[in-house]
Design a protein around this ligand. Sequence first.
Ligand SMILES: *[C@@H]1O[C@H](CO)[C@@H](O)[C@H](O)[C@H]1NC(C)=O
Ligand SMILES: *[C@@H]1O[C@H](CO)[C@@H](O)[C@H](O)[C@H]1NC(C)=O
Ligand SMILES: *[C@@H]1O[C@H](CO)[C@@H](O)[C@H](O)[C@H]1NC(C)=O
Ligand SMILES: *[C@@H]1O[C@H](CO)[C@@H](O)[C@H](O)[C@H]1NC(C)=O
Length: 224
Amino acid sequence: MLSKTILLLTTFALSTLSSPVNVSRNDSYGNQAPQGLAAAPACGPDPVTCRCPTGSFYQTSTSYSFYPVAAKEVTRITGHFLDTAWFGTSPNRTTGQTTTPGAKRYLWGDVPDGKSQLLIAEKLTQFTAYPNDGGYYMKFQMDDAPVKYAKKSGGKGVLAGSWDIVDVREVDGQTFMLWNIYVCFGDLFDFKGFHESAMKNVTAILKKQGKISSSAQMVGPISF
Ligand SMILES: *[C@@H]1O[C@H](CO)[C@@H](O)[C@H](O)[C@H]1NC(C)=O
Ligand SMILES: *[C@@H]1O[C@H](CO)[C@@H](O)[C@H](O)[C@H]1NC(C)=O
Ligand SMILES: *[C@@H]1O[C@H](CO)[C@@H](O)[C@H](O)[C@H]1NC(C)=O
Ligand SMILES: *[C@@H]1O[C@H](CO)[C@@H](O)[C@H](O)[C@H]1NC(C)=O
């Protein structure tokens, strides 16, 4: 099981993760970017080496867990884009259908040193249910980037884009869940802590619903 898992993770990591580089072209706001390495494309929905707009920098986080249940149980809790209760929030409003690309959710959230909460729009861009598995693959991204906001300490913060991938599938009778994000953000943000807390919530919900015993252990979350 472990080797299969590692293979799967390695394949996933190699195919989807990216690293930031220095840039030599101007960014999308028309600001002159530093002259550095060869030009990389602007960050977008394709997870390739990319550059963030001036004023923001690239951050990425990948977390995964194994749950001792069938994938359909994890899908039931996490696989509805417009239902965000499992990570402790409820959208201010939504549009579209919960598993149909184009659906949007508007979530209030805290930002580092922000004077007030920020309303962020996110759009579902891909949803694929795995046949005969009960799991799914989902991609979503900020829909209103860049969002600028006032900081308590003065000055402005900027969220210039975020791109998420969630992958839930059955592996040897357990359910593997992976959550990857990359963002262009002007401040450091603890995406790892947030995703791990949300993944632990899934276990808490499964226990509460009697889907797993109260002593059952998840493996993870593990982040890199
Ligand atoms: C990127 O470019 C800036 C400005 O030219 C430079 O100060 C910095 O060291 C470079 N960083 C890397 C990783 O090359
Ligand atoms: C980049 O920005 C600089 C300074 O604002 C400007 O002079 C230059 O023409 C821009 N280059 C491109 C390719 O847009
Ligand atoms: C986990 O659930 C609790 C409420 O049950 C919530 O307060 C918390 O924010 C959730 N964690 C995350 C990361 O959303
Ligand atoms: C959405 O946000 C607005 C503005 O703060 C608020 O007045 C409204 O009550 C919120 N609606 C819901 C359903 O949270």
